[in-house]
Design a protein around this ligand. Structure first.
Ligand code: NDP
Length: 263
């Protein structure tokens, strides 16, 4: 049997064990997936080998440590500096980023989207903005503070803090912050949101499993909304494909993994 796990801190809330175990069972793959609360990111590699694992997913706050722990990096993971999936092959660790392609697939249901406004400039914004730009979307990054915007600016993204924001209409507004996750905060001042939401075709939140204040506000403007559940599901399916060496198709995995959201 091959053993897998999610590493993070905290990890008790994670749906990943349920998602992957449902797919292993449904597809008849001899695998088992658990969770491991890793306190020190520097210990990721030695913990992986000590537990005799075949693969892991990595969540907050260890995606950059995971990047440094790998022997080989997929080109996209290398570009964004963050790894959320590691697979062991012949004693070597191979790192991937499946958050960004999962997110891209999750928003693919929206048509005629050219301009996207990101609220937030953290790790998730970094990988997803890169893939969106590769796909031809124009992405603007709006963040409450200046520090994290620096690297986006250097990479040629249009950036602004709340104080410097010049309103331009955009097709999609996305909450990439953790505002609303464990509090009832909006990701940006209401005056700014009241200006950008009306011009948008849809509003998306990467937070899942609850209706955030941002999505509530978007709904009050009659907008189509979407939370982060599909992103979570799709990054999991893509990770599963890496874990099982592409033995199963996306749709085969999805049929079982999606049940984690209804149990
Ligand atoms: P980071 O800690 O790297 O970045 C947090 C960002 O949120 C920063 O830009 C920060 O701004 C901003 N922020 C935090 N609190 C507030 C607030 N009260 N008001 C305005 N801005 C705020 O987080 P991640 O990028 O790792 O995660 C972001 C979100 O994405 C989380 O909610 C996480 O749960 C979600 N996520 C969802 C996934 C899914 O599968 N659906 C996968 C991965 C992440 P500043 O720079 O000023 O501090």
């Amino acid at each position: 049997m091959n053993f897998f796990a999610i590493f993070g801190n905290p990890v008790s809330h994670s749906k990943s064990p349920l998602m992957h175990n449902l797919a292993f069972k449904g597809l008849g793959y001899d695998g088992c997936y658990g969770r491991y609360r890793l306190e020190k990111g520097e210990k990721l590699r030695e913990t992986f080998f000590a537990l005799g694992l075949k693969g892991i997913n990595i969540t907050v706050p260890h995606k950059e440590h995971a990047y440094r722990a790998c022997d080989h990096l997929d080109p996209f993971a290398k570009k964004v500096g963050a790894v959320n999936t590691i697979v062991e092959k012949e004693g070597q660790l191979y790192g991937y980023n499946t958050d960004a392609p999962g997110f891209l697939k999750a928003i693919s249901e929206f048509n005629n989207i050219k301009t996207v406004l990101f609220l937030g400039a953290g790790g998730t914004a970094r990988s997803t903005s890169a893939i969106l730009r590769d796909e031809g979307y124009a992405v603007t990054i709006l963040n409450r503070s200046e520090k994290r915007l620096k690297s986006f600016k250097e990479e040629g993204f249009k950036t602004a803090t709340f104080e410097r924001f010049d309103y331009e209409p955009c097709d999609l507004v996305i909450n990439m912050t953790s505002a609303g996750l464990e509090d009832d905060l909006l990701p940006a001042p209401q005056e700014i949101l009241e200006r950008v939401i009306p011009s948008a075709k849809a509003c998306v939140d990467v937070i899942y499993g609850k209706e955030t204040p941002f999505l509530k506000l978007a709904k009050s403007h009659g907008k189509t909304t979407k939370d982060g559940s599909d992103m979570l599901l799709y990054q999991g399916i893509i990770a599963f494909e890496h874990f099982t060496d592409q033995q199963f198709s996306f749709d085969e995995v999805k049929a079982f993994m999606v049940r984690a959201f209804t149990l």
